[in-house]
Design a protein around this ligand. Structure first.
Ligand SMILES: NC(=O)c1ccc[n+]([C@@H]2O[C@H](COP(=O)([O-])OP(=O)(O)OC[C@H]3O[C@@H](n4cnc5c(N)ncnc54)[C@H](OP(=O)(O)O)[C@@H]3O)[C@@H](O)[C@H]2O)c1
Length: 332
């Protein structure tokens, strides 16, 4: 069995280790024949957001050909799908095919962020994703996004705008311009007191919203207070990336807890999330291709190879990087 290099961890919280004895996976066909397990095989090959080049395809592939560029996010928990190795397998319906207008480097910033945002708004809050090029009626209604400056948050802002809504987003004052650039109509300070945040939301929206997305996992309480105290919406929706903490919401609010990691899982929710991604990916590809959706800015780590990936993760975890790090691991 041919082997290859990459990065593994031997157990939860173990250090990232460079190895060159990972079994090389082979594409078999294009169908979803392998469900990711919730506990990875150890040592685990890791990684999530990625872009790369197709080097071979299985016999049933319809969308991808050798030489195509792809980007997106892979399911966690199955070594053969994990990108921190020279070659890995993708399920063609779960990955984006890159158009000419996006660079391979910036394509790495898209996968988990945009799909998590789509879960929040389309699956969780009943918005409709327009087709590429479709003219969307502009509404006088707002979507409130807590953490609109983050990776997920900026895609929530972009997608809500694409659906025709005005977006009010919270962020640190220093990230106001970044958040407005993503398409927010207005911002407020996410470090102000809850009372100050509510007062600002009321002043800007006059209560004309029924949807709040917490893209920060830090704003559950203020989100619920906003829906209870400020929203005049007939239906009230709250979606959050916090899928772990205990929380209760009043019966008047429809709570949706985003579970991106269900991609590729074989249980009921896993099948639901995966099928939604399969439906949305061609539409989202079209929006990235036309420029209606834009990748995020990124920090290109100097140098190349697996050692640089380990360095990039360490810098990110130490809070040294203002932008998502992107590392080139090998020449195309
Ligand atoms: N459940 C899921 O399926 C799922 C999927 C993807 C991500 N996530 C989770 O979603 C969260 C965001 O991910 P990300 O990649 O977008 O992270 P990120 O880029 O670091 O963004 C974090 C966001 O949170 C805001 N924030 C930080 N501290 C805050 C505070 N004390 N009060 C209010 N806002 C605060 C930041 O605002 P400023 O920087 O402007 O202050 C920023 O907008 C993470 O916790 C991640 O684990 C969950």
């Amino acid at each position: 069995m041919p082997t290859q290099s990459g990065i593994t961890i031997s157990a939860p919280n173990a250090p990232y280790t460079f190895v060159n004895n990972i079994e090389q996976p082979t594409p078999v066909n294009s169908s979803c024949n392998t469900a990711a397990s919730s506990s990875p095989p150890w040592p685990a090959v890791i990684g999530s957001d990625v872009s790369g080049i197709v080097i071979s395809t299985g016999p049933d592939c319809k969308k991808l050909d050798k030489g195509d560029c792809i980007y997106g996010c892979v399911p966690v928990g199955l070594n053969k799908f994990s990108p921190f190795q020279e070659t890995f397998v993708v399920e063609e319906d779960w990955i984006f095919k890159k158009g000419g207008n996006i660079r391979l480097e910036e394509a790495c910033t898209i996968g988990a962020g945009v799909l998590t945002a789509a879960l929040a708004l389309i699956d969780g809050q009943d918005l409709t994703l327009p087709a590429p090029g479709e003219k969307v009626e502009q509404k006088e209604e707002w979507v409130v996004v807590m953490g609109g400056s983050g990776s997920v948050g900026r895609y929530v802002v972009q997608l809500a705008s694409l659906c025709g809504y005005k977006v009010l987003a919270s962020c640190s004052p220093s990230k106001k311009e970044l958040t407005l650039d993503a398409g927010a109509s207005a911002t407020f300070n996410n470090r102000a007191t809850a009372e100050e945040q509510l007062a600002e939301i009321e002043k800007i929206t006059e209560g004309r919203f029924g949807r709040v997305v917490d893209a920060s996992a830090q704003a559950v309480e203020v989100s619920i207070k906003t829906l209870v105290g400020v929203s005049k919406g007939e239906s009230k929706y709250f979606a959050t990336v916090d899928d772990l903490s205990e929380m209760t919401v009043p019966d008047s609010i429809q709570l949706y807890r985003i579970k991106f990691a269900k991609l590729g899982r074989d249980d009921e929710l896993g099948k639901h999330v995966t099928s939604r991604f399969v439906d949305w990916i061609p539409i989202l590809e079209g929006h990235f291709q036309s420029g209606a959706l834009k990748p995020l800015d990124y920090h290109l780590v100097e140098g190349e190879g697996w050692g640089k990936v380990i360095e990039g993760i360490a810098d990110m975890e130490a809070g040294k990087l203002a932008k998502k790090p992107v590392v080139k691991v090998q020449q195309g």
